[in-house]
Design a protein around this ligand. Structure first.
Ligand code: PGA
Length: 260
């Protein structure tokens, strides 16, 4: 992945059958030929990965799992291992998405174990963090980000800047239609950069790429991507429609590569 190209990641959550995913992937590969200036990552549900991988085979579009278990194998009904994601065509996995943390009550310990497990299986990680509304209202945003980063990355010996990106997704902005203002997102991204830099002093910590996620749409994308600390987006709802997803990518490419 190149340095300046925005990363435009799609988190489909529990949407799209494998057949619908393949159709989207086929449309996207055609459209991406003309776009060509962003790095696309699709995170479909686990059932669609293998087929969508087939549809993406001749493209540079990469694939992510939405979650994984930290164990290599065993009696974990309903779970998928990192090796299974790799064998299904994934280069990436999302770890610590707010729905995993807050809907499925994934513990700090689980998330901490998943990151090294993913990396050692050869996956790159999109590490999702973000504060809840009540935490923001109490002025605890930085504290929450600090806690999530220092807990979740505690078992890493260095910051793998080429294999780990952070997605800042304020919980109050996810799926709500309430997008963070460019100022709010910019401030949080700067704090994340500072925290990573303190935990992992040196050039690799400074190189961290940070995506913004939370109700990103084509009408909010330009103002957000103009903020220098925002390296791309993790998009839920608006990524389900291939035209809207590509519009956001086009806007990001234009702002970053032509104007920044
Ligand atoms: P949203 O979801 O774009 O629908 O708010 C973002 C996410 O959960 O990654």
């Amino acid at each position: 992945m190149s340095d300046r190209r925005p990363i435009i990641a799609a988190n489909w959550k529990m949407n799209k059958t494998p057949q619908e995913g393949v159709k989207f992937a086929e449309q996207l590969t055609t459209k991406a030929l003309n776009l060509g200036r962003v790095d696309f990552i699709l995170a479909p549900s686990a059932t669609g990965l293998f087929h969508i991988h087939g549809a993406l085979r001749d493209s540079a579009i990469e694939l992510a799992g939405q979650n994984m278990h930290f164990a290599e194998r065993g009696a974990y009904t309903g779970e998928n291992s990192a090796a299974m994601l790799v064998a299904s065509g994934c280069q990436w996995v999302l770890i610590g998405h707010s729905e995993r943390r807050h809907v499925f009550h994934e513990s700090d310990e689980d998330i901490r174990k998943k990151i090294p497990a993913a990396l050692s299986a050869g996956l790159k990680v999109i590490h999702c963090i973000g504060e809840r509304l009540e935490e923001r209202e109490k002025g605890r945003t930085r504290e929450i980000l600090q806690h999530q980063i220092s807990n979740d990355l505690a078992d890493l010996s260095g910051f793998p800047a080429d294999k780990l990106i952070i997605a800042y997704e304020p919980v109050w902005a996810i799926g709500t239609g309430v997008v963070a203002t460019p100022e709010q997102a910019g401030e949080a991204h700067a704090q994340i950069r500072e925290i990573v830099g303190q935990l992992f002093p040196g050039p690799s910590g400074e190189q961290v790429k940070i995506l913004y996620g939370g109700s990103v749409k084509s009408d909010s994308a330009a103002a957000l991507i103009r903020i220098p600390g925002i390296d791309g987006f993790l998009i839920g709802g608006a990524s389900l429609d291939v035209d809207e997803y590509c519009n956001i990518a086009e806007i990001a490419a234009t702002e970053v590569l032509d104007n920044r």
